[in-house]
Design a protein around this ligand. Structure first.
Ligand code: MN3
Length: 201
């Protein structure tokens, strides 16, 4: 059973004007699709081929001889999670238990946004910013290249933002902070984070 490219959870033009259909055409249709094609080629005929994507990621993490498999598998997972971390007319304020925990663990929603934006802006080169649940507490993380918190025991990813240049260059060129601001103000899918939080408890 080969790995497949999931559909975007919205139309390609649904995040415009913040993220254009052209960006999603390349980012989902070319980059994400290439990770799927590459992974299928790399695991074909091996013992990893029938495993779940999550198992492939966890079993290849930290193994230099399987770096290529890990990179493509983790990038498939990270991107699928990223599409869900945004929605048309997103932004606004978190509610319910997620809002209470953000206030408790960061001090305020604005303080969370500052920490998340800083993680994204200071991730040198390519990578990801994350909101995660660890030991009952919310934390902001950043990861390099394909690295994902999924491989760390006791961590549940709640939300992610891609800060590879391909995520924003067509719309924002070198202005990564403007992309991050658009993500937090207009795109972030708080409901998705709240669902992940509820499922983790
Ligand atoms: Mn990407």
């Amino acid at each position: 059973m080969a790995f497949t490219l999931p559909d975007l959870p919205y139309a390609k033009d649904a995040l415009a004007p913040h993220i254009s259909s052209e960006t999603l055409e390349f980012h989902h249709g070319k980059h994400h699709a290439a990770y799927v094609k590459n992974l299928n080629g790399l695991v074909e005929g091996t013992e990893l081929a029938p495993k779940s994507l999550e198992d492939v990621i966890r079993e290849t993490a930290g193994k230099p001889e399987q770096q290529g498999i890990f990179n493509n598998a983790a990038q498939i997972w990270n991107h699928t999670f990223y599409w869900q971390s945004m929605r048309p007319n997103g932004g606004g304020q978190p509610t319910g238990q997620l809002a209470e925990m953000i206030d408790r663990d960061f001090g305020s929603v604005d303080a969370f946004k500052d920490a998340f934006a800083k993680a994204g802006a200071t991730q040198f080169g390519s990578g990801w910013a994350w909101l995660v649940l660890k030991d009952g507490k919310l934390e902001v993380r950043k990861t390099l290249n394909a690295e994902t918190p999924l491989t760390e025991a006791g961590i549940t990813p709640l939300l992610t933002m891609d800060v590879w240049e391909h995520a924003y260059y067509l719309d924002f060129q070198n202005r990564r902070p403007d992309y991050i601001s658009a993500f937090l103000e207009h795109l972030v899918n708080w409901e998705f984070a709240a669902e992940n939080l509820a499922a983790a408890q």
